[in-house]
Ligand binder design. Structure first.
Ligand code: ADP
Length: 261
């Protein structure tokens, strides 16, 4: 920001300068509009479970109830509190400026180890939905990734793949080395994403309203978080899908991509 634009010397240069200033103002305005939208979506997302919680507590205090009733309402309240805690954690991740390189963020592990760890954390859900895992890895399984960001990326993508999968299906994870880069493909057989939604899945709070999606719990923040983590380590992400059939996330890690993180 310390650089200054040279002063224009003639009409043409003045015209050019005005055009680029206007372009800049448009971009600032669009960014401010996105911020505003984000804040209003975030408030809405927290206000809804808070209102539900308040309603439940009010009912409980109004008159004496039997133990089962208390238990049921308190359990419901606890799950709402948990849901809000997840949203607050996700919002903090998105809002935080991760310039500092904490010790935790420098810890690195091979991608194959991260995938194993992630899958074992989802063991219960995989079993419940009877999802088989097919894992294929060549030597790029040795690709070293910063643990902190790698974990954020895989946790959200594998979590989505399982959430939106049909029962009795296969979750395929493939690691491939191509021209010195590590490619990771995570493919599920499930609801899929319709073409018109594909471009929007990285927008904070976006959730598809296609059949089946809204019955599955989520905040619409997972993929925005993935995008931020992917950018932080200089990786790339692309999603392909066939609605009602499958979704495939393609992650591309450049060798030494983690330099500087
Ligand atoms: P959410 O918490 O809603 O899952 P995400 O940001 O992770 O939020 O994803 C945004 C939306 O993209 C989801 O609501 C869902 O509609 C769609 N989506 C993401 N991953 C998948 C997938 N593997 N299969 C089908 N739809 C998906």
């Amino acid at each position: 920001l310390s650089e200054r634009v040279p002063l224009p010397e003639n009409q043409d240069e003045l015209y050019e300068l005005s055009t680029s200033i206007n372009g800049l103002l448009d971009r600032i305005e669009a960014a401010m509009e996105r911020e505003k939208q984000f804040t209003s979506d975030a408030s809405h997302e927290l206000r809804t479970p808070l209102a539900a919680l308040r309603g439940t507590l009010e009912i409980l205090i109004r008159k004496q109830r039997n133990v089962e009733d208390y238990e049921e309402k308190i359990n419901y309240s606890l799950s709402e509190v948990d849901r809000m805690s997840v949203i607050v954690e996700q919002l903090l991740f998105l809002a935080r400026n991760d310039q500092q390189q904490s010790h935790q963020k420098q810890h690195r592990v091979p991608i194959a180890v991260l995938i194993d760890e992630t899958l074992s954390r989802f063991q219960k859900e995989l079993k419940r939905k009877q999802i088989k895992v097919s894992l294929e890895a060549d030597e790029s399984g040795d690709y070293i990734l910063p643990y902190y960001y790698g974990n954020v990326i895989l946790e959200n993508i594998v979590g989505n793949a399982i959430k939106y999968s049909y029962e009795n299906t296969t979750l395929s994870i493939r690691l491939e080395n191509s021209m010195g880069e590590c490619h990771c493909f995570i493919r599920d057989e499930g609801l899929g994403i319709k073409d018109t939604d594909l471009a929007q899945v990285f927008i904070p709070f976006f959730r598809s309203d296609a059949l089946g999606h809204r019955e599955i719990q989520g905040s619409g923040l997972g993929l925005s978080i993935v995008q931020k983590a992917v950018n932080a380590i200089g990786a790339k992400i692309a999603i392909r899908s066939k609605q009602g059939e499958w979704t495939e996330v393609h992650l591309r890690f450049v060798r030494q991509a983690s330099a500087g993180v």
